[in-house]
Design a protein around this ligand. Structure first.
Ligand code: GDP
Ligand code: K
Ligand code: MG
Length: 296
């Protein structure tokens, strides 16, 4: 009989390459929100992958970028700390994007990593197979990767190969989490993230980056509905106006879409009540960052 294996795997890469999408595929459920906006993921999110033989804990990091405010500092630090003590690092790039400064910046950091680094080329569904060879050749010259694995996180191409490769890499170790646990984050955190995702989906310009969401209460009623009260925090009155929308239409849309996802997550009917509050410059004030879940 072979020994049980376990270990930690960090997923790093520029914003929008598909890190959160891969994590959701790994755990088979939506625990990390996704959008086409940069800097969607703000906290470190762990996803747990369990088989009879192995347990892998994946860490989805905020994309590494140049911080412009305290929240940005928090996000970049979070990504670096994840690289330090893991058994493998997945450096993810997108096949339809040229190698840029952001990638080179990460590669420099990864060269100091003591863990094996896998280059994961995502979004291969978007390019011609011939283009892959050029990408592989280019990256090979930048650093010595343990392996290079092209995948599509949305379509699932090569996903099984990726997982088998990683399981092989893991050291012997215990099962840290129970079979049915897929994340280390509490439900209310995921709920707040699902609401924030809908704000990102439905609003534009400066609004997405200025939004935080806090779940104020989550209670199960006698009729077995889960009653959730949450507050959407923005930085300016004008943003509050956008979130509420004409005759409250925007807030209603956000609520309807978020409720559907939350019902899937919880497996129960949900009654969702949303409030909007202005908190000037919250992204630059440590007390608010802590209150809104961006703890150091
Ligand atoms: P992150 O910022 O690295 O976490 O990226 P996300 O997971 O939020 O994904 C960014 C965008 O890329 C989203 O719109 C995803 O739907 C899209 N995306 C992710 N993986 C793939 C893929 O394999 N193929 C395609 N075509 N799109 C993808
Ligand atoms: K994103
Ligand atoms: Mg993400």
């Amino acid at each position: 009989m072979t020994e049980h294996k376990s270990g930690f795997v960090a997923i790093v890469g520029r914003p929008n390459v598909g890190k959160s999408t891969l994590l959701n595929r790994i755990v088979g459920q939506k625990i990390a929100i996704m959008s086409d906006k940069a800097q969607t993921t703000r906290n470190k999110i762990q996803g747990v992958y369990t088989t009879p033989e192995a347990q892998l804990i994946f860490i989805d990091t905020p994309g590494i970028h140049k911080p412009r405010h305290r929240l940005g500092d928090f996000m970049v630090e979070t990504a670096y700390s994840a690289i330090r003590e893991v058994d493998a690092v997945l450096f993810m790039i997108a096949a339809d994007q040229k190698r840029g400064k952001g990638d080179d910046f990460i590669i420099e950091r990864l060269k100091d990593s003591h863990s094996p680094v896998y280059l994961v080329i995502n979004k291969i569904d978007k390019v011609h197979p011939d283009d892959l060879l050029g990408i592989i050749e280019d990256y090979r010259q930048q650093m010595d990767f343990k392996e290079i694995i092209p995948i599509s996180a949305t379509e699932g191409n090569n996903f099984d190969t990726l997982m088998t490769t990683l399981v092989d890499q893991m050291p012997e170790g215990p099962q840290y989490f129970p079979d049915d646990q897929i994340t280390d984050h509490p439900e209310y955190f995921i709920v707040s993230e699902l609401i924030r995702e809908k704000v990102l989906l439905l609003t534009r310009d400066e609004v997405p980056h200025s939004v935080a969401v806090v779940v104020d209460s989550m209670k199960r009623n006698e009729n077995d509905k889960v009653h959730i009260q949450a507050t959407i925090i923005v930085e300016r009155d004008s943003q509050k106006g956008i979130i509420i929308g004409k005759g409250g239409k925007m807030l209603k849309d956000i609520g309807t879409k978020a409720r559907r996802d939350i019902e899937t997550l919880l497996g129960d009917k949900v009654y969702l009540e949303l409030w909007v509050k202005v908190q000037k410059d919250w992204r630059d004030k440590q007390t608010y960052l802590t209150d809104y879940g961006y703890k150091k």
